[in-house]
Design a protein around this ligand. Structure first.
Ligand SMILES: [Fe+2]
Length: 336
C-alpha cells in the first residue's frame, strides 16, 4: 500500500506512475515472469481496475444492446441466452484456407505480449508460468497472410455472431495456440466482464480424439465442442466452468484460434491486436480518436484514460486487502 501512497503523492505524475502497475518495460524476454505477479500494490491496483472496468463495460454493453434492438426490431432472443454455448462453423472454403494459413504461422515460445490497454492479472497462478504454458501448448505468431484470411472468415460469420450475442460486435485480440496431447487444462471461468466473450475457432476440428474445450452446463452436465475443420464456439466464458481437453496420446496438437469479442455500435470483424496473450481491454475502445477541436472539455481519449487511472488509484487505496485463500475462488481458477 505504501507504493500506492507514494504514487498518489507524486502529484502531476500520479497517473503515469500508476500505469506502471500494469505495464512492463517492453520488449520482454521469452520466459519472463512479471515482477508484478504477487506484488501487493499491483494486486490492489488490479482489483480496483477490474471493478471499474466491469462497471464501464456493463454500461457500454447495455447501450450497445439497446442500439442493436432499436435498429433490428425483429431480432429474436440472442441464441446465447438460451443455449449458453453456441457451436457453428466456417464455410468449408474458409475453413480450408484458415487451417493452411494457421499451420504456416511460425511457432514461438509463450511470452506476455499484451496489447496496449488490455487486462493484466497479477494473480497469475503457478500453472500459468511460461514454462507450464509451453509444456501444455505451442503458440504461433499471426502472420499478415493469416490475419487476412481470418478477417475474411470472420466477416462471413458476422451476422451469425450478431444473432448469437444480440448486439453488434468488434473483434479484439487474437491468440493462436495448439494444445498438446497429455494433460487437460485446469477447470476455470475466465472472470471477464460479462459482456465480453471469446470465439474459439478450431481450424483442424475438435472432438474427443483431437482435443476440444469442455464446458460444464448447470442443467445438462459436461459438453465438449465437436466438429470438423473450422468449427467454432461462443460460450458464456465468464459464467460456465470450462477446461481445455487435451488430444489423445499420439494425436497432433489441437490448433485453436481464440478471439476476443467486444460489444460495439457497429460490427467490425477485423482483429485489432495479436499477441501470445489474449485478454480484454480495460475500457471500451470507442474512446480512441476523440482528440481535436469540437470535443467537449475533459473528453479527449487521453483525458478519459488519465481520469480512469487516477480513479483506479483512489479506489485501490480504499480497498481492503484480499484475504489469503480468497484469491483463487474470486477469480474462478482451480486446478483439476
Ligand atoms: Fe477459459
Amino acid at each position: 500500500m505504501d507504493k500506492l501512497k507514494d504514487i498518489l503523492n507524486a502529484a502531476g505524475d500520479a497517473a503515469r506512475l500508476a500505469g506502471q502497475l500494469e505495464r512492463e518495460p517492453a520488449p520482454l524476454p521469452d520466459g519472463y515472469v512479471s515482477r508484478l505477479v504477487g506484488d501487493p500494490a499491483a494486486v490492489q491496483w488490479y482489483r480496483a481496475r477490474r471493478a471499474l472496468s466491469f462497471y464501464a463495460w456493463d454500461l457500454y454493453a447495455a447501450a450497445a444492446i439497446k442500439h442493436y434492438r432499436a435498429q433490428n426490431p425483429k431480432a429474436g432472443t440472442p441464441h446465447l441466452n438460451a443455449l449458453r454455448c453456441v457451436v457453428n462453423g466456417l464455410i468449408p472454403a474458409d475453413a480450408e484456407r484458415l487451417e493452411a494459413a494457421y499451420l504456416a504461422c511460425k511457432e514461438v515460445p509463450w511470452r506476455d505480449e499484451r496489447p496496449e490497454g488490455y487486462s493484466f492479472d497479477p494473480f497469475e497462478s503457478p500453472i500459468s508460468t511460461p514454462a507450464y504454458r509451453d509444456k501444455m501448448m505451442t503458440h504461433r505468431e499471426a502472420s499478415p497472410a493469416f490475419e487476412a484470411v481470418l478477417n475474411e472468415a470472420l466477416a462471413t460469420q458476422a451476422p451469425k455472431i450478431e444473432a448469437v450475442l444480440g448486439h453488434y460486435w468488434a473483434a479484439g485480440a487474437v491468440r493462436l495456440f495448439s494444445h498438446k496431447p497429455g494433460k487437460d487444462g485446469g477447470l476455470h471461468t475466465d472472470a471477464w466482464p460479462l459482456s465480453l466473450k471469446k470465439i474459439m475457432i478450431y481450424p483442424s476440428g475438435a472432438g474427443p480424439e483431437q482435443g476440444s474445450t469442455t464446458l460444464v452446463l448447470q442443467d445438462k452436465g459436461a459438453m465438449s465442442i465437436t466438429g470438423g475443420k473450422g468449427v467454432w464456439a461462443i460460450f458464456e466464458n465468464s459464467v460456465l466452468p470450462h477446461f481445455a481437453a487435451a488430444p489423445r496420446a499420439g494425436q497432433a496438437p489441437r490448433p485453436t484460434i481464440e478471439i476476443t469479442l467486444l460489444p460495439a455500435f457497429r460490427t467490425d470483424p477485423t482483429v485489432k491486436a495479436h499477441g501470445i496473450h489474449v485478454g480484454y481491454p480495460w475500457l471500451p475502445p470507442d474512446i480512441e480518436g476523440l482528440e481535436g477541436a469540437g470535443v467537449p472539455n475533459g473528453f479527449t481519449s487521453a483525458e478519459i484514460k488519465e481520469r480512469s487511472l487516477l480513479r483506479t488509484l483512489l479506489l485501490a487505496l480504499d480497498m481492503p486487502r484480499e484475504p489469503a485463500g480468497l484469491v483463487a475462488a474470486n477469480l474462478g481458477y482451480r486446478d483439476t
